[in-house]
Write a protein that binds this ligand. Structure first.
Ligand code: SAM
Ligand code: DTB
Ligand code: SF4
Length: 374
């Protein structure tokens, strides 16, 4: 299928939000010349979003390791020997202290992850209290705790959880090569429970696990054809972990990663597409291409769950070099967000008058640093 045969928007028509994407259409997008694909993705991005605003979340592992699932990519699976330090469920106060620090550093959403197949009944009161207290800091909350039944999803929604992260990870065809202890349908059931409980969904996958392009097509087709697009779509580049079965898989071409982001942007024009795990191993230029291709969300802070993420200082500098600013809070936080936005405008003006620039992540005026690599 050539580009014209694709039922795609022109530069000026608003990209439609569709849920009936055919495999061939998605494949044809992946097959476009790189520049054509990026142009289309950037055009769609600008129709729905400020292309220079990026949503910023910080992650914390609230329960680490000894997971009964056998996900081949994961440092936390009890099936692999990864020499990871295991940790019990963290105390609520410790989690809240970490969230407060993340907020001070500029994160607007706090994501808490647990290495569980699903939460046990005795864990629920603790995680619900974490949601309530983190939310009361004026942050958006996200959790990823494994499979949820309807009752658990409703309890989390009642506590005020904004987002639930539950990834499909790859295509239905490749899934069994990566995980054998649960099925694709298990994942889809939890997503339906989360949606029915009224929470927003964060759902994406991992690339670079030895899958073929057809599996990246299959993953994005599943995501885009859900009854509602996930509000947040994390695209993770595999972080290779010593001791896991995927430790020595071949590297994925970074341009193929950028293409995956671009196609996700075109298929799900209203969703936040997150340039997720793998940034530590990526150069700044690749990340800039991802933002160009429509990525508008990142994890910020030195740690993901069990692996390293770029230093906060490095990300602040990257944002400055690219003229990107962190997105202000949306939704239920309108008063606080409006106040934040006003303060930012005043601070930006003051910084400019002093010949400085306003570093919106640290919320301080700062001296522009000459970039030796430029
Ligand atoms: N146990 C829960 C679950 O699997 O839903 C939540 C935590 S799990 C670590 C969250 C997601 O992180 C996984 O679904 C996977 O997409 C991503 N992930 C885990 N290990 C990764 C790795 N080594 N590289 C890239 N992404 C990874
Ligand atoms: C997601 O899609 N990526 C995040 C978050 N959701 C929970 C996790 C990335 C984990 C990377 C490997 C690690 O740090 O253990
Ligand atoms: Fe467990 Fe989640 Fe890791 Fe799979 S990805 S082993 S479910 S922590």
């Amino acid at each position: 299928m050539n580009a014209e045969a694709l039922n795609l928007p022109t530069t000026f028509a608003m990209a439609p939000v569709r849920h009936d994407w055919a495999r061939e259409e998605i494949q044809a997008l992946f097959d476009l010349p790189f520049n054509d694909l990026l142009f289309r993705a950037a055009t769609v991005h600008r129709q729905y979003f400020d292309p220079n605003a990026v949503q910023v979340s910080t992650l914390l592992s609230i329960k680490t390791g000894a997971c009964p699932e056998d996900c081949k990519y994961c440092s936390q699976s009890g099936h692999h020997n990864t020499e990871l330090e295991k940790e019990k469920l963290l105390e609520v106060q410790k989690v809240v202290a970490e969230a407060r620090e993340a907020k001070q550093k500029g994160a607007s959403r706090f994501c808490m992850g647990a290495a569980w197949r699903s939460p046990r009944a005795k864990d629920m009161p603790y995680v619900l209290e974490m949601v309530r207290q983190v939310k009361s800091l004026g942050m958006e909350t996200c959790m990823t705790l494994g499979m949820l039944d309807q009752e658990q999803a409703e309890a989390l929604a009642d506590a005020g959880l904004d987002y639930y992260n539950h990834n499909l990870d790859t295509s239905p065809e490749y899934y069994g090569k990566v995980i054998t202890t649960r099925t694709y349908d298990d994942r889809l059931n939890t997503l339906a429970n989360v949606r029915d409980a009224g929470m927003k969904i964060c759902c994406g996958g991992i690339v670079g696990m030895g899958e073929g392009r057809q599996d990246r097509v299959g993953l994005l087709q599943q995501l885009a054809n859900l009854p509602h697009h996930p509000e947040s779509v994390p695209i993770n580049m595999l972080v290779k972990i010593e001791g896991t079965p995927l430790a020595n898989v071949d590297d994925l071409d970074p341009f193929e990663f950028v293409r995956t982001i671009a196609v996700a942007r075109i298929l799900m024009p209203q969703s936040f597409v997150r340039l997720s795990a793998g940034r530590q191993e990526m150069n700044d230029q690749t990340q800039a291409l991802c933002f160009m291709a429509g990525a508008n969300s990142i994890f910020y802070g030195e740690r993901l769950l069990t692996t390293d993420n770029p230093e906060a200082d490095h990300d602040r500098e990257l944002f400055r070099r690219l003229g990107i600013h962190p997105l202000e809070l949306l939704g239920d936080y309108s008063d606080e967000a409006a106040e934040d936005a006003l303060q930012r405008q005043i601070a930006e003006q003051e910084a400019e008058e002093q010949g400085l620039f306003y570093d919106a992540m640290s919320r301080r005026p700062a001296k522009p640093v000459l970039d030796k690599r430029a």
